[in-house]
Write a protein that binds this ligand. Structure first.
Ligand code: AGP
Length: 356
C-alpha cells in the first residue's frame, strides 16, 4: 500500500501534494472552444442553476461569485434539495451540475429532473463515462486523476480551476481582454507548489494548537466565503472538530455569542474586495477573546492583525480561492493525524454517496 501512496503516509496528503500536477493536467486540457460554447449558453439562459453536493457545491458557490460580476444570477441548489426548486425548471434554463464522481445520487436525481423539464445540463465532473457525464447535454472534465481519500482535495481545486476558466471564457465572449486572467490560470501549478512550500509548516504547527479545541468558526466575505465553507468541511470530515463556516458579517447576528477566551476563529482573506470589512470582524472577535487565525496574502499587513497568520503567495484574485484552500486542507489533515485519526477513512462517510 505504501507504493500506491507514493511514499506518503496517507492518500489525503499525497493528493494534497499532487495538486500542482493535477492542476497542470487540468490547465493543459482546457478546451477553450468548448468553454466558449458553454459560456454562451450560460449568458443567454433564462435561469442558471448551479447544483452539487459537499465540496462540489462549494466549487459551484465559488463559480457563482464570479458569475455575479458579469450579471449572471445563478440559483445555487443543494442537490438533495432540488425538489424545492422544481417548479422553476423550464426550457431555456441552463444548469451547471458539479460532481467529482458523477455518481452522487442527489445530483443525478437533480440532473434527471431538470432534463425532463427541458433544462440544458452542463456537467463538470472528474470521471469519464460516469452517470452524470452520460446523462448531461455537455460535459467538461476536470482531469484531477483518481482520488482515493474520502475528503475531496485535488478534485476540488481542479473543479474551481475549470469553472474559473469557464468564467474567463464568458468574459472573452463578452469582448473583455482576458490575457491577464489566462496567465493567472496557467500559473496555477506553480502557485500551488509555492503555497504548499510556504504553508505546510504553519498548518502543521497550527494543528497542534487546534487539536484540543471542540469547535471553530471559519469566516469569510464575498469570494472568500466558499473557501471558508470548504475549509470547515475538511476539518469536520477528518479531524472531527465542529467547524462552522459563516459569512463574516453575519457572525454578529448570533454565532459570536459562543466566542470566549481562546475560541478559534479562522478568517479567509482571499478576496481583496472584502478585506477591510473582514478586518473589522477580526477586531470584534479579538475583543471577545477569540484566537484569531487567517489565511492572508503574502507581504500584506493583515498578518499583524491576527494571532496566527498563514501567508499565501497570491498572483491575482481569480485564483486566490484555489490557493487559500491549500493550507486549510493541510490544517485538516495535520489536525486529524495529531488526534490519531486516519484521514483517509473518516467515520460515517463514503467517498461517493449513492443513497438519498
Ligand atoms: C468532500 O470532502 C466530501 N467527501 C463530499 O462532500 C463530496 O464532495 C460530496 O459527497 C459530493 O461528491 P461528488 O463530487 O462526487 O458528487
Amino acid at each position: 500500500e505504501m507504493a500506491t501512496k507514493g511514499g506518503y503516509p496517507h492518500f489525503m496528503l499525497k493528493e494534497i501534494y499532487e495538486q500542482p500536477e493535477s492542476l497542470a493536467t487540468t490547465v493543459a486540457g482546457l478546451e477553450w472552444p468548448l468553454l466558449e460554447t458553454a459560456a454562451n449558453t450560460l449568458l443567454s439562459a433564462r435561469n442558471v442553476y448551479i447544483v452539487g453536493a459537499g465540496s462540489s457545491l462549494h466549487a459551484g458557490l465559488a463559480f457563482l461569485q464570479l458569475l455575479l460580476r458579469i450579471k449572471v444570477t445563478p440559483v445555487p441548489i443543494v442537490a438533495s434539495e432540488y425538489a424545492t426548486y422544481e417548479q422553476l425548471f423550464d426550457k431555456g434554463d441552463v444548469a451547471v451540475a458539479i460532481s467529482q464522481s458523477g455518481e452522487t445520487i442527489d445530483t443525478i436525481k437533480a440532473v434527471r429532473t431538470m432534463r425532463e423539464k427541458g433544462v440544458r445540463v452542463l456537467a463538470v465532473t472528474n470521471v469519464v463515462g460516469s452517470t452524470i457525464s452520460r446523462e448531461s447535454d455537455a460535459v467538461i472534465y476536470t482531469r484531477a486523476g483518481p482520488e482515493i481519500g474520502v475528503a475531496a482535495t485535488k478534485t476540488f481545486t481542479t473543479q474551481v480551476a475549470t469553472l474559473s476558466a469557464l468564467y474567463v471564457a464568458a468574459l472573452k465572449t463578452l469582448g473583455y481582454d482576458t490575457a491577464p486572467m489566462e496567465r493567472e490560470i496557467k500559473a496555477l501549478p506553480d502557485l500551488v507548489r509555492k503555497t504548499l512550500e510556504n504553508t505546510a509548516g504553519a498548518a502543521k504547527d497550527l494543528a497542534k494548537r487546534l487539536k484540543n479545541k471542540p469547535s471553530a468558526y471559519y469566516l469569510g466575505r464575498g469570494a472568500a466565503l466558499p473557501v471558508a465553507m470548504e475549509g470547515a468541511l475538511k476539518l469536520k470530515e477528518v479531524a472531527y472538530i465542529h467547524a462552522e463556516a459563516y459569512p463574516a458579517g453575519e457572525s454578529k447576528h448570533g454565532p459570536i455569542a459562543l466566542v470566549e477566551e481562546g475560541f478559534p476563529v479562522l478568517f479567509v482573506f482571499s478576496d481583496p474586495n472584502t478585506r477591510e470589512k473582514t478586518l473589522s470582524n477580526v477586531a470584534e472577535m479579538k475583543a471577545r477573546g477569540a484566537y484569531t487565525i487567517g489565511t492572508v496574502p503574502m507581504k500584506s499587513d493583515i498578518a499583524k492583525r491576527l494571532d496566527y497568520a498563514i501567508e499565501v503567495p497570491e498572483l491575482g484574485e481569480l485564483t486566490a480561492p484555489i490557493l487559500h484552500i491549500v493550507p486549510l486542507q493541510l490544517l485538516a489533515y495535520f489536525t486529524a493525524v495529531e488526534k490519531g485519526y486516519d484521514p483517509d477513512k473518516p467515520r460515517n462517510l463514503a467517498k461517493t454517496v449513492t443513497v438519498e
